[in-house]
Ligand binder design. Structure first.
Ligand SMILES: [Zn+2]
Length: 386
C-alpha cells in the first residue's frame, strides 16, 4: 500500500466517523425535541381531561341536586294524593250512609203506604170508603159530618206522613248527589296531582339515567387520564435517559445563567405571586399593564410558541405561551400573552421581544407568568432572575 492510498483510507474513515457522529447527534436532538413536544401535548391532554372530569362531576352534582328537589316535590304531591284519597274515602262513607238512609226512608214510605191502603180497603169493606157511602150510611147530618171528618183527617194524616217521608227521602238524595259531586271534584284533583307526580317520576328516571351515563363518562375519562399519566411517566423516563447522554452534562448554576429580566425595568422585587409548586403554581407572576413587551431572558431556540384552547375556541391554561431552550440545561416559559412575536424553531437573542403581556388562559388580569424548566421540570425562577 502506498502512502496516498493509506491517506485516502484514513480520510474516508474520518468522513464516515464524522457523518456517523453528526447523524447520531441529529437523531438525539430530533428525538429529544419530539419527546418534549409529546410531553407538552400530553400535559395539555391531562389538563383538558381534568377539566372534562370537573365538567362531568359538576353536571352530576347538578343532576343529583335536581333529583333531590324532584323527589321532595314528589313526596309533597304524594302527601297531597294521600290527603285527597282520605277525603274520597270519607265522602264514600258519607254517600254509603246516605244510601242506607234513602233505603230506610223508602221502606218507611212503602210500609206506611201499605198500611194506608189496608186501612182504606178495610174502610171500604165496612162500607165507609167513599163520601157518598159515608153520607148514605149516616144516621143524620151530625153522624155524617163526624164520619166525614174522621175519614178526611185520617187520609190527610196518612198523606202528610207519606209526603214527609218522600220529602226526607228526596232531601237525602239531594245531599247524596252533592256528596257525589264533591267526590268527583276531589277525584279529578287527585288525578291531576297523580299526573304531575308521574311526570316528575319520569323526569327523576331520566335524571337517574343521566347520572349513570355521567358516571360512566367520568370512569372512562379517569381511565384516559391514567393512560396519559403513564405516557407522561414513560416520556419523562426517556427524557431523563436522553439528558444523561446529552452534551449538556451539568445544568448551569442560577448565578452563572446570566438571565436578564423578562420585563423591561423589572427585577425579582416586582414579583406579585411567588413560586409555590406544592400549590400548583409552577412559576412566578409579574402583574403589569397589558401590552408590556415580554423579553427573552437569554438567547436560545423557541421550542414552543402556541395557544392552548378548549374545543369551543376559548383560551385555557397558559393561553398564548412561548418556551425557549437556552442550551444550558434550562428552558424558560412565558404565559398568558396577548400576542406572540416568535415562532417555533426560531432563534432568539437575549432581550429580544417575544410577545406582549396579556390575560389569555387561566388568568384574571394582565400579568406575565414566568417559569424556569430544568429537564422539563419547573424550578423556582427567583434564583435565576436579576
Ligand atoms: Zn402564574
Amino acid at each position: 500500500m502506498n502512502i496516498g492510498k493509506i491517506r485516502r483510507i484514513i480520510y474516508i474513515s474520518i468522513m464516515i466517523l464524522i457523518i456517523l457522529i453528526s447523524s447520531v447527534g441529529f437523531t438525539y436532538a430530533a428525538t429529544s425535541s419530539e419527546l418534549k413536544q409529546k410531553q407538552s401535548d400530553i400535559d395539555s391532554k391531562i389538563a383538558e381531561t381534568n377539566s372534562e372530569i370537573a365538567g362531568v362531576k359538576s353536571k352530576m352534582t347538578t343532576a343529583l341536586n335536581q333529583i333531590n328537589e324532584l323527589n321532595s316535590e314528589i313526596s309533597t304531591y304524594q302527601s297531597e294524593i294521600n290527603n285527597l284519597q282520605d277525603q274520597i274515602s270519607n265522602l264514600n262513607t258519607q254517600i254509603t250512609q246516605k244510601e242506607t238512609n234513602i233505603q230506610e226512608e223508602q221502606q218507611k214510605f212503602d210500609s206506611q203506604k201499605e198500611a194506608l191502603e189496608k186501612r182504606l180497603v178495610a174502610m171500604y169493606e165496612t162500607g165507609t170508603t167513599s163520601y157518598l157511602d159515608v153520607l148514605l150510611s149516616s144516621d143524620g147530618l151530625a153522624d155524617f159530618i163526624s164520619k166525614y171528618y174522621m175519614i178526611e183527617q185520617l187520609a190527610e194524616y196518612d198523606q202528610e206522613l207519606l209526603d214527609r217521608i218522600q220529602n226526607t227521602k228526596q232531601q237525602i238524595e239531594t245531599e247524596k248527589n252533592s256528596l257525589e259531586t264533591a267526590k268527583n271534584e276531589v277525584q279529578s284533583s287527585k288525578s291531576a296531582v297523580e299526573t304531575k307526580k308521574s311526570a316528575l317520576s319520569t323526569s327523576v328516571n331520566q335524571k337517574n339515567s343521566l347520572v349513570s351515563n355521567l358516571s360512566e363518562e367520568e370512569k372512562a375519562l379517569e381511565e384516559q387520564l391514567e393512560e396519559f399519566e403513564q405516557d407522561k411517566k414513560a416520556i419523562q423516563a426517556e427524557l431523563a435517559a436522553l439528558s444523561k447522554k446529552s452534551s449538556v452534562k451539568t445544568v448551569v448554576a442560577p448565578s452563572a445563567a446570566g438571565y436578564t429580566s423578562p420585563l423591561p425595568g423589572r427585577t425579582k422585587a416586582n414579583i406579585t405571586t411567588g413560586y409555590q409548586a406544592y400549590a400548583g403554581h409552577t412559576g412566578v407572576d409579574f402583574a403589569c399593564g397589558a401590552g408590556t413587551p415580554i423579553l427573552a431572558v437569554k438567547s436560545g431556540t423557541v421550542v414552543t410558541s402556541k395557544a392552548l384552547r378548549r374545543a369551543n375556541g376559548s383560551y385555557r391554561s397558559y393561553g398564548e405561551y412561548v418556551v425557549i431552550d437556552h442550551h444550558d440545561g434550562t428552558m424558560t416559559l412565558y404565559a398568558h400573552m396577548s400576542s406572540r412575536a416568535v415562532s417555533q424553531n426560531q432563534t432568539v437573542s437575549q432581550g429580544q421581544q417575544i410577545g406582549s403581556v396579556g390575560s389569555t388562559g387561566n388568568s384574571t388580569g394582565p400579568h406575565l407568568h414566568f417559569e424556569v424548566l430544568i429537564g422539563g421540570n419547573p424550578t423556582n425562577p427567583k434564583a435565576y432572575l436579576p
